[in-house]
Design a protein around this ligand. Sequence first.
Ligand code: HEC
Ligand code: HEC
Length: 278
Amino acid sequence: MPASVRIRVIGSLILMGLVFLLASLRSVHAQAPSQDQLELGAQLYADNCAVCHGADGQGRVGATLAQNWPSIRPDLRIKASIENGIAGSPMPAWSQLNGGPLGTEEIDALVAYILNWETGGPRYIPPTPTLGPRPVITSIPNVEGDPNNGATLYDQNCSVCHGPNGEGRVGATLGRVWSAFRVDLELENTITNGIKGSPMPAWGQANGGPLSESQVDDLVAYIMTLPVASTVSLPVQPGTTRTPLSWLSGWGGLIIAVLLFVLVIAVAVLVQSRKPAE
Ligand code: HEC
Ligand code: HEC
């Protein structure tokens, strides 16, 4: 046998071996997830992913997830996408290692839940959260849009990233002092068009998003009424963690301010004493 043929034969044998190995890995993995894992995945999905991927994974501003995955180990592919996000797209990184809110066990539950659509296995539909009645919000004069309708839209679309009270989560803090001259126009522009290169999606229908112009106006009107996050101690809602910076208010903030002051003085003294004598 000429050497070139031998190499080709050996090559294809190795390739076939690999395919079998990977195929068996897939079937080994395809053991049924537990009901507990599916329920956890369903709840996490409803809280974090449905806003972009649709309640049944059918796709919205995010990709369709209820599909037949072409890869050999779809679980690894899905897991990597969730952990690391997809750079340059609105898909954020969710793992705690990457600064996101979810732990390994939670991500595994999400992977199991998403793959469950592929096999058409039993579906777990989480109960829809019942939101308590909210106090009526008075509109800001000269700002178009209905803040009360905006509040509902906010809960459905934004709180997953910006926190239930605009205090910030994977998204920026929205309960803050805005510096633009026409805050309403700036907000309208950001919400309609998104922020390229960040996880902030474009929400306006003009950009392929799900919200109409008047819905965006309602959101603007609501966001402008959000309490400034650093000055208000927000009620901790069940199922959400406390604002990351909440310890900054009160004694913690005071102590840090004093420490910073001492540090600045110390550096100034040091710089002064290092100056060569004139
Ligand atoms: C702000 C919107 C947004 C949110 C929230 C979001 N995703 Fe995504 N996701 C996207 C977009 C957009 C893509 C497609 C990115 C691309 O390929 O350009 C994507 C892609 C993915 C993919 C890869 C799909 C593929 O074909 O490989 C997976 C898996 C995924 N998302 C899972 C999740 C899970 C699980 C959550 C909740 C923890 C989540 N996503 C939350 C927007 C989002
Ligand atoms: C997947 C996460 C995600 C979702 C969902 C999301 N945002 Fe954002 N948003 C972000 C991130 C991240 C930023 C910060 C982007 C940057 O500046 O790099 C941001 C920034 C913003 C800003 C600009 C803040 C500033 O300081 O200028 C506004 C306004 C905003 N989002 C409004 C909304 C509204 C309204 C919704 C719901 C319709 C929404 N966002 C949904 C992630 C998200």
